[in-house]
Write a new protein. Structure first.
Length: 295
């Protein structure tokens, strides 16, 4: 619309320029008043000026009829009009291309937003399906629990203090609290004398071989209410510590459930060495979740 207005204004100005050029100064000048010539001129005699003006005046009128004096101005007007029309066409093409690009960008943004919404919905659906499957598996899988107890022996002291080391013997009881069988693959019980219970179970810490009972064997484990199975009852020995030290008994049971997934149960117990020497030998569970974990 602005381009059309510009073209109309250009045409008005060009026409006005042509009109101004037609009204040239020689048309506005009035001829000088001539004094009547009283001289007697012979009949048939033409003055030199009249002889020259006749043919030239006729040639000039012919040229103005064929090629007007305003031809160059009209040519400028036509060229300018063509330029304006071409500019209008170019602007329209650019505007159309801009509209197409804008529509394509809007479509791309809309598609990206839709893809993002679909991806979010798909992730939520997958998470819900995964959680549902996990709940179902947990309701049907095996849950193996482990517990340490003193063996049933006649000796009054379950921990004996030697000259260079302390000894004990514990019984590892394993019970399947789940709804499907399990297969025990690995068990470990470790006896340590420490100044304080470490934050993590010391399964990988260097120790004397006599401190550890570590076995690899695949054995099926039935479900409750079967009686808990006593896995083993073997002695353990650890280098002697101070009276303020703490006895730490820790370990794990690794097994495979009916769904083929490997799982692990971790346990830990402690006993104050000074209390043990005074005859109080009650094992206490370590309160930390790191020592009470079932995966």
């Amino acid at each position: 619309m602005n381009a059309i207005r510009l073209a109309a204004a250009f045409l008005v100005l060009a026409g006005y320029a042509v009109i101004e050029q037609k009204a040239s100064p020689r048309d506005n000048q009035r001829p000088a008043q001539q004094v009547p010539h009283t001289a007697i001129t012979p009949i048939g005699y033409l003055a030199p000026d009249e002889k020259q003006q006749g043919p030239q005046s006729e040639a000039g009128d012919w040229r103005e009829a064929v090629v007007p004096s305003t031809f160059s101005s009209w040519a400028v007007v036509i060229v300018g009009l063509l330029g304006v029309l071409y500019a209008i066409r170019t602007l329209k093409v650019i505007r159309d291309q801009t509209d197409v690009a804008k529509k394509a960008a809007d479509a791309a943004l809309s598609e990206a937003a839709s893809a993002s919404i679909n991806a979010t919905a798909a992730n939520k659906a997958a998470k819900i399906a995964q959680d549902t499957a996990e709940v179902l598996i947990n309701s049907e899988r095996a849950w193996v629990m482990a517990e340490l107890k003193w063996p049933r022996i006649t000796e009054p002291q379950y921990i004996s203090v030697g000259a260079t080391s302390d000894r004990t013997a514990v019984a590892l009881h394993i019970r399947n609290e789940g709804r499907t069988p399990a297969w025990i693959t690995e068990t470990l019980v470790r006896f340590d004398i420490v100044d304080r219970v470490p934050d993590e179970p010391p399964f990988d810490a260097p120790c004397d071989p006599a401190q550890v009972i570590h076995k690899y064997r695949r054995v099926p484990l039935s479900v409750a209410p079967m009686a808990p199975e006593t896995w083993y009852r073997e002695p353990l020995e650890c280098p002697r510590g101070s009276e303020t030290a703490t006895y730490l008994l820790s370990g794990f049971v690794r097994y495979e459930d009916i769904f083929g997934k490997s799982r692990q149960t971790i346990f830990g117990y402690y006993l104050d060495r000074g209390e043990s020497l005074r005859g109080h030998q009650q094992l206490t569970r370590v309160a930390s979740p790191k020592y009470n974990k079932a995966t």
